[in-house]
Design a protein around this ligand. Structure first.
Ligand SMILES: NC(=O)c1ccc[n+]([C@@H]2O[C@H](COP(=O)([O-])OP(=O)(O)OC[C@H]3O[C@@H](n4cnc5c(N)ncnc54)[C@H](OP(=O)(O)O)[C@@H]3O)[C@@H](O)[C@H]2O)c1
Length: 253
C-alpha cells in the first residue's frame, strides 16, 4: 500500500502497518513522489485534507489515477467528477485520530467501494481497523451518514462546546432534527435515501465509541456549507442547521 500525506491518519496507519507487518510506503509533501513512477496496480491512499486534493492530483501521473483511494469526509462527488474520477475507489473511515501521536479509536466498520475495495478493506482489517468492501450503492448510505454525522456533531460541538459523546447523550432531540434536515438534502441531491431511525442510531452509537472527540465546523465548503448551498438551491428547509451555524458564528460566512 502507498499513501500520500503524513498527517494524523497517515502517521497512525504507518504505526499500525509497522506493528502488524503490513506493506505501507508513505509519500510526504516533499519526499517519496518518485514511488508513483512505478507500474500501476498498487493502491494509493490519499490522506490529505479536501482543500489539498487538487494540488495532490496535479502531481499524480495519469497512469496512477485509477490506483487512488479517497477517504476524505464531506461532499466528494462533484470534485471527483470534475477530475474525471467519479468511480474512484473510496472509503469512509469510521475511526478517529485526535493528533499526530494518538492511537486510532475505532468506532465502526469502515466501508470501501471501487476498484481496490477488496485489497484496501483487507489491509485495513489486518491493521486492526475493521473494514468491508461493498458496491457503490450500499457505500452511498455510509457516505451520506458520515457527511451528516460530521456536519451535525460539528455544528453542535461549536454551539455547545461539548465532545461527541456528551452531545449524543444530552442532545438527542437536536441530533434527530439536524439529521432529518440534512438527510433531506442528501436524498434530493445525491439520490440516497437513509432511514431516520437507522441514521440517528448509527450516529449516536459511533459517537459513543469515540466519546471524547470534539468535532467542530471545519472545511465548511465540503461539509456544513455544502448542505446549506444545496438546500438553498433546492428550496429545502434547514431551520435548526442555520440557527446553530449562526450561533457558532459560521453563518452567514
Ligand atoms: N483525523 C481523523 O480522525 C479523520 C477521521 C476520518 C477521516 N479523516 C479524513 O482523512 C483525511 C486526512 O485527515 P488527517 O486528520 O490525517 O489530516 P491532517 O492531520 O491535517 O494531515 C493532512 C496531511 O496532508 C499533508 N499534505 C497537504 N498537502 C499535501 C500535498 N500537496 N502533498 C503531500 N502531502 C500534503 C499535510 O502535510 P504537512 O504535514 O506537510 O502539512 C498533512 O501531513 C482528511 O480528509 C480527513 O477528513 C480524518
Amino acid at each position: 500500500m502507498l499513501a500520500i500525506g503524513s498527517g494524523r491518519i497517515g502517521l497512525a496507519l504507518q504505526r499500525s502497518a509497522a506493528e502488524k507487518g503490513l506493506p505501507y510506503r508513505l509519500i510526504e509533501r516533499t519526499t517519496g513522489w518518485d514511488l508513483l513512477e512505478e507500474p500501476a496496480g498498487e493502491p494509493i491512499l490519499v490522506l490529505t485534507r479536501n482543500d489539498d486534493l487538487a494540488a495532490v492530483l496535479d502531481r499524480v501521473p495519469t497512469e496512477r489515477l485509477s490506483d487512488l483511494v479517497f477517504v476524505q469526509n464531506g461532499a466528494m462527488r462533484e470534485f471527483l467528477a470534475s477530475r474525471y474520477l467519479p468511480h474512484a475507489t473510496r472509503g469512509v473511515l469510521f475511526f478517529a485520530v485526535a493528533d499526530r501521536t494518538s492511537a486510532i479509536q475505532v468506532g465502526a466498520n469502515s466501508p470501501v467501494c471501487g476498484h481496490h475495495a477488496g485489497y484496501v478493506s483487507q489491509w485495513f482489517t489486518e491493521a486492526g481497523l475493521p473494514s468491508k468492501g461493498m458496491d457503490w450503492a450500499r457505500f452511498s448510505l455510509y457516505e451520506l451518514e458520515k457527511m451528516i454525522w460530521i456536519s451535525t456533531f460539528g455544528v453542535l460541538g461549536d454551539a455547545y462546546d461539548k465532545d461527541v459523546g456528551t452531545l449524543a447523550e444530552h442532545h438527542p432531540g437536536e441530533i434527530a432534527v439536524l439529521a432529518d434536515e440534512l438527510r433531506t438534502v442528501g436524498r434530493a441531491v445525491m439520490g440516497v435515501d437513509v432511514e431516520l431511525d437507522w441514521l440517528v442510531n448509527r450516529m449516536c452509537t459511533y459517537s459513543s465509541k469515540i466519546p471524547r472527540f470534539r468535532a467542530g465546523v471545519r472545511e465548511f465548503a465540503w461539509r456544513n456549507g455544502w448542505f446549506v448551498k444545496k438546500a438553498t438551491e433546492w428550496g429545502l428547509p434547514q431551520a435548526l442547521h442555520l440557527e446553530l451555524l449562526k450561533k457558532g458564528g459560521h453563518w452567514p460566512s
